[in-house]
Ligand binder design. Structure first.
Ligand SMILES: Nc1nc2c(c(=O)[nH]1)N[C@H]1C(S)=C(S)[C@@H](COP(=O)(O)O)O[C@H]1N2
Ligand SMILES: [Mo]
Length: 367
């Protein structure tokens, strides 16, 4: 359905007051939308149940998926109504893709935009199997005056006073890497990850990867829907139009070394050699450098970065050796990609809390 106002239940967009703690509203979102337990960075491919989850509204009831239909319509030659089983007969490809929520890092911002309060854990890597979107669009015959494809999920809700289906667009022509994915890590999509069909847009932040995909419409003008023109814009003030959120900024994360304290999550390591390792990724090309500081940013040394190994959209492993001395330490890590983008020491602040890729800091006690 078309977006329409539904007023009286949506709180306005809000920035937390200085020193204001995480509220019940943020906790309610955090308890639904889980992150990657950071020790799971050890897996090259994230087991599906450990992959981060973000769902704006409810996980829709998609049944067994047997009756699922994807409609393809708008500015094209032949409108299509594809049953899932028809899609499954088309040639599929599998791509290893690192996906990250654009709001990752939001809860570290000061002042904090009030929304899903991610720290750094909204990331995961999966093997997505699906039909290249281009193959379906070619079959439908895209009209010359089509400028964008609009993707609609089966989920429905209200956000900031706008009742809507979750809906996002991509400019045409779409990349040859974009998939209509029907499998994750070799099995059917789990309900929370878009069963039975989702879009996968390698290199882009999560919001573009529309789950529970039921409709694609080719349109002749830029899509101005809520998730495109109101949400997911980088802006300093509520009034400015801002820039759209698109590709993933570089980030490196550490597999937490040693063992944790339950509440503070401070890490404990023993004196002597410690292997530090983690993953690094960027939506702008391969990571070419990972640097590590073991003294809170005083000095930096290069870690060894593993090559992409045939998976251009997946994170890369990295490691470095550290000789831990008794005491308290702050480990910092930052990635630089082939485009020259890197991670700032401070926070790139914006009202939505998008793309905050400031270098990760990990507190370690050695004793
Ligand atoms: N239909 C639909 N698609 C969606 C969303 C949603 O709420 N509804 N959330 C988006 C956001 S913001 C992110 S970060 C990713 C998360 O994908 P995952 O839960 O499979 O990790 O899905 C995207 N696709
Ligand atoms: Mo997201």
């Amino acid at each position: 359905m078309e977006e329409r106002p539904l007023t009286g239940i949506s709180p306005p967009g809000r920035i937390a007051a200085p020193g204001e703690g995480i509220g019940q509203d943020e906790l309610a979102l955090a308890a639904r939308n889980h992150g990657l337990p950071l020790e799971a960075l050890r897996y090259e491919v994230t087991p599906a149940g450990l992959h981060y989850v973000l769902v704006h509204y409810d996980i829709p009831d998609t049944g067994t998926g047997a009756d699922w239909r994807l409609t393809v319509r708008g500015r094209l030659r032949t409108p299509l109504e594809l049953r899932l089983r028809d899609l499954l007969t088309l040639p599929s490809v599998t791509r290893r893709v690192t996906m990250e929520c654009a709001g990752n890092g939001r809860a570290r911002l000061s002042p904090r935009p009030v929304s899903q309060p991610w720290l750094v854990e909204a990331v995961g890597t999966a093997d997505w199997t699906g039909v290249p979107l281009r193959a379906v669009l070619t079959e439908a015959g895209v009209a010359p005056d089509a400028v964008e494809a609009v993707f609609t999920g089966a989920d429905h809700g209200v956000e900031r006073g706008v009742e809507q289906d979750y809906r996002r667009s991509l400019p045409l022509p779409v990349g040859e890497d974009v998939l209509l994915a029907h499998a994750m890590n070799g099995g059917p999509l789990p309900p929370q990850h878009g069963h039975p069909l989702r879009l996968v847009v390698p290199g882009w932040y999560g919001m573009a990867h529309v789950k529970w995909l039921r409709d694609i419409e080719l349109v002749g003008a830029a899509f101005g829907g809520y998730q495109q023109a109101t949400a997911y814009r980088v802006r300093q003030s509520a009034e400015e139009p801002g820039e759209p959120v698109t590709r993933i900024a570089p980030r490196a994360l550490l597999i937490p070394p040693g063992f944790p304290d339950f509440m503070s999550r401070t890490r404990v390591v023993r004196p002597g050699p410690v292997r530090l390792a983690g993953r690094a990724w960027s939506g702008y090309g391969p990571v070419v450098r990972v640097e590590l500081s073991t003294d809170g940013g005083g000095g930096w040394a290069d870690a060894e970065v593993l090559p992409q190994g045939g998976h251009p959209y997946a994170w890369q492993g990295w490691h470095a050796d550290w000789t831990a001395a008794p005491g308290r330490h702050t480990l910092l890590v930052r990635a630089t990609d082939a485009s020259g983008r890197t991670q700032p020491p401070g926070q790139p602040w914006n009202r939505g809390g998008f793309g905050n890729n400031q270098a990760q800091a990990v507190s370690v006690v050695c004793r």
